[in-house]
Design a protein. Structure first.
Length: 365
């Protein structure tokens, strides 16, 4: 069994260690946050547990994610908060999910936000990085929480990891939310290998950190402090051992997810920023991704977010939060007030629709 070290904090908390993400953060709607380190093969994964506020009778959160009255779920198991586990994009850290975690906690969910291997407060001496390794870590987090099945939310490369984890352990995953996911290569092995080689050269020191800082700043057109965030993330990656881990992660071949498409048996939601610069046609890529993960289950839904790039949950939280909360409710099999809202528009700038069969290949950069 993996070992865990934990620190429990309330209301006003340091959201990372001494090398941390921000000096302090006010956790407005959380009863408590627990910051822990999970020991897995080769190192430790840092994660924060965001607990929903309990009501006067000790039940989790407002009722949006609770079973409906009369469902027969009156005991402790019926009142258990749905578990949501969030994994960020390569180069990013767990606080990218803070606005979404807040919305989910307000809806009565228990949320875990984790750092990737070699990122944030996770250790950086792993032998393996990438989609499959991240899938291993997601499964380990669910098992450690002891509260599955969970809903997995994966951004960018973590989207592929979420699909792999759900395919490997369908008993542990009730649904997946794929945020601007990378789920395929270019269609050419030669081109993919060449692009990875070019990226590897671009990330070499001494110029690599500057290249990445400029690239990151352009990823989030809807984030006013995009340049400051990019600079902060690059500073975190320049700590001892981190840049080598980041370069190893960048060598990920996303084709490893393809065999798991047909194995995905849970509902899926694709969230895509309409202005995501990683795709020539973000809407077309979202349609392809939704069709790809609809192979053996119900048709995946798509939430397009206007005015957002590669981190819509951070750039447009008011548009993303309601749609994800509604999906989590349905994926967790919970009935209640407002469960069918948002099949059309979710908040400002968010439009949700169902995928229509398998899409053709959309070009991406």
């Amino acid at each position: 069994m993996a070992a865990v070290t934990a620190e429990r904090v309330r209301t006003r908390v340091p959201v990372a260690g001494a090398e941390g993400l921000t000096p302090e953060a006010t956790i407005i709607n959380y009863e408590a946050m627990t910051i822990s380190h999970l020991e897995v093969l080769g190192g430790t994964i840092a994660y924060a547990i965001h607990e929903p506020r309990a009501d006067a009778r000790g039940r989790p959160g407002p009722s949006a994610c609770e079973p409906s009255v009369g469902s027969g779920a009156g005991g402790p198991a019926g009142e258990r908060a749905p578990l949501v586990i969030c994994s960020p994009a390569m180069g990013d850290v767990r606080d990218a999910y803070d606005p979404l975690a807040r919305a989910l906690c307000e809806a009565g969910c228990r949320v875990i936000t984790a750092d990737l291997r070699g990122h944030g407060d996770s250790s950086a001496a792993f032998r393996d990085y990438g989609d499959e390794a991240t899938a291993d870590d997601l499964i380990a987090l669910i098992e450690e929480a002891g509260a599955g099945p969970a809903i997995l939310i994966g951004a960018s490369m973590s989207g592929a990891a979420a699909v792999i984890a759900a395919g490997r352990r369908p008993d542990l995953v009730a649904g997946v939310v794929l945020v601007c996911p990378f789920l395929r290569g270019s269609g050419s092995r030669t081109r993919d290998a060449l692009m990875r080689a070019i990226l590897g050269l671009a990330l070499l020191r001494p110029w690599g950190p500057a290249v990445m800082r400029g690239y990151m700043a352009a990823l989030w057109p809807g984030l006013p402090d995009a340049r400051d965030r990019a600079a902060r993330l690059v500073r975190l990656l320049r700590r001892p051992g981190r840049w080598a881990a980041f370069r190893a992660t960048a060598r990920t071949d996303h084709r490893v997810v393809e065999p798991w498409f047909e194995a995905l048996a849970c509902p899926a939601l694709v969230v895509m920023g309409a202005d995501d610069p990683d795709w020539k046609e973000p809407a077309a890529e979202a349609a392809w991704a939704a069709a790809a993960v609809s192979g053996s289950g119900e048709e995946a839904s798509i939430l397009m977010v206007s005015g957002a790039g590669h981190a819509p949950m951070l750039e447009r939280p008011e548009a993303v939060g309601p749609g994800v909360v509604d999906f989590v409710r349905r994926a967790a099999g919970l009935a209640g007030e407002g469960g069918e809202q948002g099949r059309g528009a979710h908040a400002q700038g968010g439009t949700q629709r169902r995928s229509r069969g398998r899409a053709g290949g959309a070009d991406h950069r």
